[in-house]
Write a protein that binds this ligand. Structure first.
Ligand SMILES: Cc1cc2nc3c(=O)[nH]c(=O)nc-3n(C[C@H](O)[C@H](O)[C@H](O)COP(=O)(O)OP(=O)(O)OC[C@H]3O[C@@H](n4cnc5c(N)ncnc54)[C@H](O)[C@@H]3O)c2cc1C
Length: 246
């Protein structure tokens, strides 16, 4: 593969993230089917349709008592585009997740960079483990926008310069910052999704509050919206039971 740059694109700046549900086989009935094989054996498929109220009760019982494995017999694949610093946090989730990310060795990376929106709180107050984020001043907001954009442009120019001089992509990419957008497919099941959401979202119903970085929470919130539509009973039981993964 040639290392000659294919274009001379201008940097662009984003404050949002992309989360698309690209593939799924996931429904509440997958949970019921898996759970009922314990007691109904090969009749479990017929049992499933019989009594919706009982189904809701069963899912809630499984969630409450943390019988987790029935929540694994389903699959959701997301296309996610977010800054590299979000992916570094995301990929710490090892269990029940599969990842494939775009390569900085095989393709020239596009100059799309993260700049926080005005609603992103900029200032951290308090001590580690007990802090909160508050709005920045106008001057801080302007500084963040200007400093980030300047340094992104400079880094991308250096990247382009090296590519133009024939340096391999895998070497030249070392100058690119973690605010660069990357993209990946991430596949999970409802159980691993719940574990992720418990840690990477902030929610008033959480029995064990977590304090995730805002940008990974933005990804989690969009994934949760998709998942809640596919598995409404499971999602409701997750909330009812304090958003602790079973
Ligand atoms: C708010 C927040 C702040 C964080 N800060 C930091 C930080 O400063 N530095 C840092 O390095 N990380 C940090 N992390 C990452 C964190 O330590 C976890 O790596 C990440 O949340 C993934 O969680 P997990 O290991 O439970 O998930 P998974 O890897 O998906 O594992 C799921 C579950 O499987 C079990 N499991 C998986 N692997 C093992 C194993 N090897 N041995 C035993 N049981 C296992 C555990 O029960 C685990 O909860 C932070 C996470 C959060 C949410």
């Amino acid at each position: 593969m040639s290392d000659t740059p294919t274009s001379d694109p201008k940097p662009s700046f984003r404050s949002d993230v992309t989360v698309e549900l690209v593939k799924h086989t996931a429904s509440d009935s997958d949970v019921l089917w898996a759970a009922r094989v314990s007691t109904a054996g090969e009749q479990s498929l017929e049992e499933m349709q019989k009594d919706p109220e009982r189904s809701k009760g069963l899912i809630n019982y499984l969630m409450r008592d943390r019988h987790g494995s029935p929540f694994e017999h389903n699959s959701m694949t997301f296309f996610i585009s977010a800054p590299i610093f979000v992916f570094r946090e995301f990929m710490r989730h090892r269990v029940g997740w599969s990842y494939n990310e775009e390569s900085g060795r095989y393709r020239e990376l596009d100059p799309v960079f993260y700049v926080p929106s005005e609603s992103r709180k900029l200032v951290q107050q308090g001590r580690p483990g007990k802090y909160e984020f508050v709005e920045g001043t106008q001057a801080q907001q302007e500084l963040v926008g200007r400093a980030m954009e300047d340094s992104y442009r400079q880094a991308y120019d250096a990247y382009q310069e090296m590519l133009a001089a024939g340096v391999a992509r895998e070497v030249a990419r070392a100058v690119l910052p973690v605010g660069l957008f990357s993209s990946m497919y991430a596949t999970c099941n409802a159980r691993s999704m719940m574990h992720f959401l418990g840690l990477r979202t902030t929610h008033e119903l959480a029995k064990v509050p977590s304090f995730p970085q805002r940008e990974i929470a933005m990804v989690g919130e969009q994934m949760e919206e998709h998942w809640a539509k596919l598995m409404p009973l499971t999602h409701a039981a997750f909330n009812t039971n304090g958003r602790v993964a079973p």
